[in-house]
Design a protein around this ligand. Sequence first.
Ligand code: UT7
Length: 376
Amino acid sequence: MSYAAITGWGACMPPAVLSNDDLSTFLDTSDEWITTRTGMKERRVSHVSAIEMSTVASQRALACAGLDPADVDLVIYGGTSNDELCPNSSSGVQLALGATNAAAMDLNTACTSFCYGLATATAMIRTGMIRNAVVIGVELISRYMDWSNRNVAVLFGDGAAAVVLQATEAEEGVVGSVLGCDVEARETLRVRGFGCAYAGQGITFGDTLWDFDGQVIFKRAVRAMSEASTRVLAERGVKADDVGLVVPHQANLRIIESVAQHAGIPMEKVIVTVQKYGNMSAATVPVALVEALETGRVQPGSWVLMPAFGGGLTYCSLLVKWGTRVTPLGKSDAALPPCEKTALEMVNVIRAGQDPHGRSLKGLMAPTLVEARLAK
Ligand code: UT7
């Protein structure tokens, strides 16, 4: 059975920066609260679609791998933000790339979508179904954020990154994975107004209400990522000391520190981007991985651990054995068009389109898990 090496990587960060002080202009919050509770200082707001961000990230990853788009077998679009649900978003990226011979699959497990996509594509390569894949982690959360809710509006950001996987006989790429879902807590993170349950109710897309039990999610995130990491390391017989780099989901600096402490790995071996990009859900792990590679923090032949956690509540930890190459084979000149507006101006446009008074969604809740059980 072959392995699935990570041979290409590329990120696409939208340029407009939304600072904590920008958020304080319309929310009862402060730079001090956000920084001390989350470690976040700023995040990005995209002026382009999720497919456009994904395309630029994929073009950069393909150039890095030296792979022709026509040779791509599979595009996986990992994320919760879709420009449209039909046709799917992966086919939009496929078309823009000219990856005419590829299959195209969207995969949504919320913040873990990239890691689940990486595990899925790896399994498909290892079993011989395909020879290579582009796996994307992307989010455009600014378009459906409830900007009136300070519990969530300060936490999230937009961004995208992609990797290229290619079959190899060398033992590298994802060589261990633990995937799971802490389903009893699925209603602790819920975006109301976002799906078929709300059809025909006169709801404008983007006008959402978020259920978000931050403290419960925090505790379960630490537990699930820590346990999954311990298991995946034990399954491969890798000691914490042998891990070269941790590339964790970036939801909160305190969560990251806690997971590292549980795993017995010092913070010097953990890549942190939460201060500048916030929580980009599915995009956090690949964006952090690209940053680690571009700043020389991934050593050839090293063990890289990727724990993640998100809505569902899905969780995972992937163990990657890095190959020999940590530098790109080529460079793409793909870039986003210039952004004419500030992040705050873009957010204010979205806010103006949201229903500020009626919160009409309140009467339109899809049944919760508990209600569904009681109805039986
Ligand atoms: O990627 C998906 C997974 N998501 C996560 O993993 C997020 C996990 N949760 C967290 O990161 C943290 O729970 C939060 C950062 C969301 C919240 O931090 P916390 O330390 O758990 O704060 P809290 O929810 O206990 O809130 C403390 C206080 C409350 O006020 P009272 O009740 O003490 O008067 C909140 O109303 O802080 C208040 N608060 C805020 N104040 C200023 C909540 N949000 C804000 C805000 N600005 N943005």
